[in-house]
Design a protein. Structure first.
Length: 209
């Protein structure tokens, strides 16, 4: 292997370079397992990637803040964390809406209830006592229809925020009488002016009929 070569020669030999060491090995046909468990896992990954594509910026900002300066993207973290906790679940009631970034405290309490209008859910936050020099920039939340994450995401992804205490938000456009999961977290301004995000809390509610 004194010469330089890389790639595949027919279906016989694969040549390459790994950390400066040249190698040659027999060609092995890549496996493509099709067990039920593996196909379910692929469906879950696809579901989470589709959710990310449709995620409002309110949602993506927290994940991108977590990923800043690290060897992965906000999307990588969103997919990886939610695949880890949802696994074989048939609903979204363990969904992580925010991973937390830069140390923000979560709400002391968080609740979602059926709203007064069709397709509405009302969300309330109880703010914790802030650390010295910290202030709450916004309370943020989103709702999606509760559904099996191994299917096709139905596309309803509604988010909103409130910058004024007592931090109450009405989410609209969720459809009539739809069971939903609702995630909420706090966006903070730190003493140095940078932003931090708390981990999310989750509640369930049915949208107004």
């Amino acid at each position: 292997m004194s010469f330089g070569a890389s790639g595949q020669i027919g279906k016989g030999i694969v040549m390459g370079n790994w950390r400066g060491v040249k190698y040659a090995r027999s060609y092995v046909k890549p496996a493509n397992p099709q067990t039920n468990a593996q196909q379910a896992n692929r469906a879950l990954f696809a579901f989470m990637r589709e959710m990310w594509k449709l995620a409002p910026s309110i949602v993506a900002d927290a994940w991108n803040a977590f990923a800043a300066g690290r060897p992965f993207t906000g999307m990588n973290k969103w997919v990886g964390e939610n695949v880890r906790v949802i696994g074989s679940a048939t609903d979204l009631q363990d969904l992580i809406g925010s991973p937390g970034a830069r140390g923000g405290l979560p709400p002391s309490a968080f609740a979602a209830v059926t709203g007064g209008g069709s397709g509405e859910i009302n969300v309330t936050f109880t703010a914790p006592t802030p650390p010295a020099g910290w202030t709450i920039a916004k309370a943020q939340c989103f709702a999606v229809h509760d559904q099996d994450p191994h299917g096709i995401f139905d596309g309803v992804f509604i988010a909103n925020e409130d910058s004024t205490s007592p931090y109450a938000i009405t989410l609209t456009g969720l459809g009539s009488a739809k069971p939903c999961v609702v995630c909420g977290w706090l966006k903070w301004t730190k003493p140095d002016g940078s932003l931090a995000y708390s981990v999310s809390l989750l509640d369930t509610a049915t949208s107004g009929a």
